[in-house]
Design a protein around this ligand. Structure first.
Ligand SMILES: [Fe+2]
Ligand SMILES: [Fe+2]
Length: 193
């Protein structure tokens, strides 16, 4: 995905320099979003991020919410995945039963193994992005109940109570993982911010 597609977004959402230092990099633009679950191809992370953005604006069309903040959490929710997947050569059998090699991914060892949503928040803060409390909650809890620690259910519920960003980002992420969004007019959305 070309950097040009992201420029109007990073220029409108504040913290332009810090957000650019994460999103306008080859590491982000070339990364897959998973190994085999969804958007598991080079550029998949950027594609998924766009899809979440599209779904989130679709879901929140008639909801009174800070749309710039919503765009920020969509763009930043999965930055923990940058550098998470390492390219490797894998093997499989072709239709004739012969072994063939193909390019795939495996999990890299994390320098900071702190959890999925937490790592995205930390990477943003380390890059100098000034997240609001609501943005921190939305990014931390974007996996919803799929990413709950032993006594995290109460925090998840409290986070949903505190900010509408939390359930909207959760839903958009889930929608795009299962039904990749391709038909939402993102150019019109960014113009409206
Ligand atoms: Fe995620
Ligand atoms: Fe995601």
């Amino acid at each position: 995905m070309s950097k040009d597609i992201w420029l109007p977004w990073v220029q409108k959402l504040g913290d332009t320099e810090s957000i650019s230092s994460i999103l306008l990099t080859d590491a982000f633009l070339d990364s897959p979003a998973s190994i085999n679950y969804h958007h598991a191809y080079p550029g998949g992370l950027a594609q998924h991020t766009m899809g979440v953005l599209g779904w989130a604006f679709c879901i929140s069309k008639d909801i009174c919410i800070d749309k710039k903040s919503l765009a920020r959490v969509c763009l930043l929710h999965d930055v923990c995945k940058i550098g998470l997947y390492k390219k490797i050569l894998k093997w499989r059998k072709d239709e004739q039963g012969k072994w063939e090699s193909y390019s795939g991914y495996e999990h890299a060892k994390l320098d900071l193994p702190v959890g999925h949503g937490e790592l995205s928040v930390i990477k943003c803060l380390q890059a100098g992005i000034k997240l609001t409390d609501e943005e921190i909650l939305a990014i931390r809890w974007h996996m919803g109940a799929y990413d709950v620690s032993h006594d995290g259910m109460k925090s998840l519920g409290d986070a949903c109570d505190k900010s509408l960003l939390v359930p909207i980002l959760q839903s958009a992420d889930l929608f795009d993982a299962h039904h990749p969004s391709t038909c939402i007019d993102l150019a019109a959305i960014v113009d409206s911010l």
